[in-house]
Ligand binder design. Structure first.
Ligand code: ADP
Ligand code: MG
Length: 697
């Protein structure tokens, strides 16, 4: 019986494909292609055009591929010490052209006899060195005189290499699965009104693998730009939005714990601060407070420019929760950041009588046991850490709020694991934060399930950071200047991303470290990179904070959150390599105190990739320090992936969609999703099951 759902394609192992064999099958497995559906989604990266026979007289030696029907009129076997080449002359009723083959086997050579008719398909180009125009290594099919030639109707796909599997075998396998779509169709899930492409999924898949030839001859077909491909991305985007919305709905099936809105403790904490909260901080906190006082689970995004004081809003929320007798976790994407949050939270919360603890994988033995006990008994009210916080062994007494820093670095599944730590029948309130501001269009696209609080105001008294852009030929000058300012007590970050392609980031930072030590012998210089053990990293950061170092040479590891107010200069080498969001994040490491601050962006003058876009980025950096403006520009220049930073692991869940490329589809996908979730439960369920089976609802 023919199944009515996706199960045949989603569950059938590719091993069932006739003639695929175990060797080929395991090669596909190695590429992560296990099921028929996986194979259908393994799209070609380019196409060959065998849809029309070209007359020899019409061939242009442009390196393009041509398909001809001709006779062999001369054959010459060229054997020298260096080359084994078979040269032949081909002729049709319009002209002649040479074809060359290298390293053929004797058997193959024998087949090429004068007078034989062949179909040849291959690239034709003009050879500079001998002035001859020829076919190089065309693919050949032998024909009999009376044979009728039928060119392909569709383009021929070329797939990314699969170890040991020839293209022809990949084609055959994929084609077989495409053919089976006629007998066992994939259910069409997109309602007509939400399908602007007018293609079913099956049709779209078919066209992705076998598109029609382009209207303009020899025009390249870019797979990702075809209608079929967009149709499929669009469906996955809808499914993604449906997943977000359903997870949210599911969360709302249970109440959250509502806590008292006006707590005296929070008021007096605010009064005790050495500075005044900004209007934006106050407003955002009020929004959080309002949410927390309701049984409807909070799901709020807090975003704002670097240095706008997001942490303070999070601290206030933590106080609110702890003082109401409950617990809260702060989930950070890296240990360094968790450590920093811990120090900040602890310093602020200790005086309020709130106990804050850090939980990491490096806390072991008796200490860990005691920590886990204190968390379970509720003695610890604020728990900070990376993924450790939602591990199985951690039990909470009454965890009602999760603060998730840089949530886009976490997948939905990680968020769900954390949410399970709430008391049974209770949904946790969630406050998620991003390191940089998120333009509105992007909010709608990717965080459409969240309410939003925006910190659009910097604390008073911040001095603007002065940014300079210069080529690496002026590095010596910069070093000399650092020598002077460091002797006056200024602290400096010196950041090195990997300078060469493939070069290890750690290597380049070590080289720079040695170089600076040599050139600045009187200064104290520290080194920070990802390969150091966590406690090593913490030691280095602490030493820098306590002014034991004048200069901290670091990889981009310091990008996020690191807060050392006395550091007022940041030098960024290889700046042409970094995206705007990352540069802005890094620059935000300075300008945190009362000192005049500088950011010096050094680009490699010899580097080939100092292209227009890189220079454009650097000049935007020089022109503005407004993170909202930068994020908007970034969105235009590079797309949302860049805006959210490089490590967007949270979005790896997509199979076809690329948030950068498919950005324009996001808005309509969201509208479709909103309609579907309200009016068509079955479709909603089926779409999620197809694209995000882990979140089956
Ligand atoms: P970010 O939004 O980048 O996470 P932080 O929360 O790290 O910013 O705050 C940056 C610095 O500004 C910290 O040293 C913090 O103590 C300080 N800060 C926060 N709010 C204010 C304020 N209202 N006035 C002055 N300084 C503030
Ligand atoms: Mg921060």
């Amino acid at each position: 019986m023919v199944p009515k759902d996706d199960s045949y394609y989603a569950n059938s192992d590719i091993a069932i494909i006739k003639g695929l064999g175990t060797t080929y099958t395991s090669s596909f497995y190695k590429k992560g292609i296990f099921t028929l559906f996986d194979l259908l989604l393994d799209f070609p990266f380019k196409f060959l055009d065998q849809t029309k026979i070209t007359k020899i007289a019409d061939i242009r030696p442009d390196g393009g591929f041509y398909f001809i029907d001709a006779h062999i009129v001369a054959v010459q076997n060229v054997l020298t010490r260096r080359v084994k080449m078979l040269k032949m002359m081909l002729q049709d009723d319009t002209g002649k052209i040479e074809a060359v083959f290298f390293n053929l086997y004797p058997n193959q050579i024998k087949a090429y006899t004068r007078g034989r008719r062949i179909l040849a398909f291959g690239p034709v180009k003009y050879n500079d060195y001998n002035g001859v125009v020829n076919f190089t290594q065309p693919t050949v099919t032998f024909l009999e005189e009376g044979d009728e030639v039928k060119p392909q109707e569709r383009m021929t796909p070329v797939y990314h290499a699969v170890e040991k599997v020839p293209q022809a075998a990949i084609r055959k396998a994929v084609n077989g699965v495409l053919q089976s779509l006629h007998a066992i169709p994939l259910p069409e899930l997109l309602p007509q009104k939400h399908n602007p492409f007018n293609l079913t999924l099956s049709q779209a898949l078919d066209l992705c693998h076998y598109p029609f030839p382009p209207d303009i001859p020899n025009q390249k077909i870019i797979p990702e730009k075809t209608e079929g491909f967009k149709r499929i991305s669009y469906e996955e985007l809808i499914a993604y939005q449906l997943t977000l919305l359903s997870v949210k709905r599911k969360n709302e099936q249970h109440n959250a714990v509502a806590i008292d809105k006006a707590l005296e403790e929070t008021e007096s904490f605010i009064k005790s601060l050495p500075f005044e909260l900004t209007g934006a901080q106050m407003r955002s906190f009020k929004e959080v407070q309002q949410d927390l006082s309701s049984q409807k689970p909070m799901l709020r995004l807090l975003h704002g420019d670097v240095g706008s004081g997001k942490t303070m809003v999070a601290v206030l929320a933590a106080i609110q929760v702890a003082k109401s007798g409950n617990q809260c976790v702060v989930l950070a994407p890296t240990e360094l950041l968790a450590q920093q949050h811990y120090q900040k939270f602890k310093a602020l919360l200790d005086p309020c009588g709130i106990r804050t603890e850090l939980i990491t994988s490096s806390i072991k033995g008796v200490k860990r046991k005691k920590l886990l006990e204190d968390i379970e008994s509720g003695e610890v009210q604020v728990i900070i850490g990376t993924h450790s916080v939602y591990q199985e062994e951690v039990h909470y007494r009454n965890l009602i709020l999760a603060i998730i820093d840089e949530q886009h670095r976490f997948g939905i599944d990680q968020r769900i694991a954390l949410l399970k730590k709430a008391p049974s029948d209770i949904t946790m309130h969630q406050l998620v934060m991003t390191a940089t501001p998120i333009p509105r269009t992007l909010q709608l696209a990717l965080f459409s399930d969240l309410d939003v609080s925006t910190l659009d105001e910097l604390p008073k008294g911040r001095k603007p950071i002065i940014t300079a852009v210069m080529p690496d030929t002026r590095k010596a000058e910069v070093i000399k200047r650092l020598d002077e300012v460091c002797h006056q007590g200024t602290q400096v970050y010196w950041v090195c991303p990997n300078i060469e392609e493939n070069e290890d980031e750690t290597e380049s930072v070590k080289t720079t470290y040695k170089e600076l030590k040599k050139r600045l012998p009187d200064l104290k210089i520290g080194l920070l990179h990802g390969q150091l053990a966590t406690n090593e990293k913490n030691k280095v950061m602490k030493a820098f904070l306590e002014k034991e170092y004048d200069i901290l040479v670091a990889t981009t590891i310091i990008e996020v959150g690191v807060d050392v107010p006395n550091a007022s200069i940041i030098v960024i080498e290889g700046a042409q390599r970094l995206g705007l969001a990352q540069l802005h994040q890094l620059r935000g490491r300075v300008g945190r105190g009362a000192l005049d601050s500088y950011c010096i962006l050094i680009y490699k003058s010899s580097e080939t990739d100092v292209n227009d876009i890189a220079m454009q980025r650097l000049s935007i950096m020089r022109a503005t320090t407004d993170g909202f403006k930068i994020a908007t520009e970034d969105l235009k220049l590079r797309g949302p992936g860049e805006v959210l930073g490089n490590k967007q692991t949270g979005f790896d869940i997509f199979r076809v969609v690329d948030v950068n490329r498919d950005f324009e589809l996001i808005d309509i996908a969201r509208n479709a999703a909103l309609d579907i979730i309200h009016n068509d439960t079955e479709t909603c369920r089926a779409l999620i099951a197809r694209w995000f089976p882990k979140f089956k609802v």
